[in-house]
Each structure stands twice: as C-alpha cells, then as structure tokens.
Design a protein around this ligand. Sequence first.
Ligand SMILES: C[S@@+](CC[C@H](N)C(=O)[O-])C[C@H]1O[C@@H](n2cnc3c(N)ncnc32)[C@H](O)[C@@H]1O
Length: 296
Amino acid sequence: MSISSLVTRTTLGSAVRTKIICCRFPGETSMPLSNVEYVALRLVRKFLFTDASLMRIGRLLPYYQANIGMQSPYPIVQGWGRALGGAEPYRGVRILELGSGATNSAAYCLASQGAERVYAVEPFRSLDAAADSIALRTVAADAGCVPDDLAARVARIGNVEDVDEASIDLVVSHSVLEHLSEPEAVLRSLDRVLAPGGCMCHAVDFRDHFFKYPFHFLQFEKHTWTRWLDPGDLPRWRLSDYLRLFDKLGYRAEVPVQESDAAGYAKIRDRVSKDFDRDDPTMSVTLVTLVARRAA
Ligand SMILES: C[S@@+](CC[C@H](N)C(=O)[O-])C[C@H]1O[C@@H](n2cnc3c(N)ncnc32)[C@H](O)[C@@H]1O
C-alpha cells in the first residue's frame, strides 16, 4: 500500500496530505525512509482505529501488543517482585494496582501470593468478564486456591479517590505511567493512599509502542506529535522526567531493573526533536521497574 493511497483514505486535508507525501512535517528537516512506514502507521492508528478494534486485532500484530496482563499476569507480578526483593514481597500486604486493564489477572496473582487486599484500579477499560473468569480460575488452580477466596480479596474500582487515606502498603503498575497525560496529579493521588513506610513499584515502557521503531516518536515536535501522530496516550516522558517528578513529590526513586537500547537510540539520536535533550543519558532507556519511597 502506498503512502498516498493510505492518506487519501484517511480523508485528511490537502495541506497535510502534501506534507506527508513529501515525507516532511512542520519543524522536521527531512525524514529517513523508515519514517514513511512509521508515519503512515501512526496516522492509521490515530485516525482509523478505535480502542475496541485495536484490542480485537492487537493480539495478531507485533506493533500492537498492548495489555500484556491479558496474556499472562505472571511476568508482571514476578517483575515487581524482582525489583522489590525479598522472598515473599506480597504476603500480608495491602496493594493498589493502578491501570489493571481489561481483567484483574495481576490482582488475582498478587492475592494468590498472599496479599491481604488488592484494589485493581481501572478507570477506562471495562472488565472483560469472560477473560477475567478464565484468569481467576487459572491463577487459583496454579496456586491451589479456591477462586472465590482469591476474588474476595480483590476489589475492582474506577478511581483511586475511593480508597482510604494511608491504607495501602504497596502501589504497583505495569505499562501505565508512560500513558499518563498528567502524571503529577496521578502520583499525588497515589501518595494520599500510601501508608507511612509504604512504597510504589512501577514498570514503565519508554519505547514507542510501535515496537519496531522504539525511538522514532522522539523525532517530532510536541505540536506535530500531539496533533497528528499521538494515539492519545503517549506523552513521551523520559525516565529522567519521572525521576525529577518523584524527587519533587518528596520520593527517593531507585531503578533496580533497567534495560536500554543504545544502538537503537544511536540510529535516531541526530534526528531527535529539540523538545528533548538528546544527550540525556536516559534517552536510550527502554524498560524499567522503579521503586519509589518517601524520602526520610
Ligand atoms: C497499556 S495498558 C496496561 C494494562 C495492564 N497493566 C497490563 O500491563 O497488561 C494501560 C492501562 O492504564 C490505564 N490507565 C490510563 N490512565 C490511567 C489513570 N489515570 N489511572 C488508572 N489507570 C489508567 C488504561 O486504561 C489501561 O488499561
């Protein structure tokens, strides 16, 4: 499929169409060939896909592997555990999971590993009852538990505000922070519910979620990104931005698990938009699990 036919089908205005056919956006000097594919896919994602259709076909396309918890909660829960350390990091702990997705699978898994209570907070996705039921029964069977006993310790809610102040020992999230348009407001709401001595553990994926091009989205200036390419939930914050935010909120954040792709970043470094500091050492970071505790 050529770029021009794709763009015609999106019924974009002619000025924009011309710019795309020229493979150039306002503020960008020129584009490598890979951007033709990249921009076309981003436009299709933004203007033609709904979230529902994306969920339906997403499992078939490597570009759209969202909501990993739908596949298996175990890597997610093990990842938090690795970052937290200790033999049984969840036993007797009151946990809030931010952004559970379409099922409570990670919450059931945390309950099966001894969590006292788990709030699965999901404001935007409705529960996929069939998938959730399978997840509950699978986790219960794997752990040798009664499904109803696990379910009784899990509450799915739509808002952090519904949780009592200072009632949570551990806040966790997986692939959520990178989607927040107002991370400061969200972290402040989590701070309210965290008990003294409690901590947060967030797994964050800093890659462009077209995983074939993990850093391509850094080429575009904010206006271009927001108006034409952002699917609506990728504000492109870098690790250093989150570390500064935790610091501002009085937290000491550590990054015990971190992966980078220096070679991938090097390919795009010279094209990075002036909105970013291309020499920021965290620019090539792809995945982290960070642990944040209130500074003493
Ligand atoms: C990429 S999905 C990850 C889902 C699940 N944690 C997983 O890893 O499979 C991001 C989730 O974060 C949720 N989310 C986005 N903004 C949120 C917010 N302000 N508070 C809570 N959840 C939010 C979305 O609705 C979505 O379900």
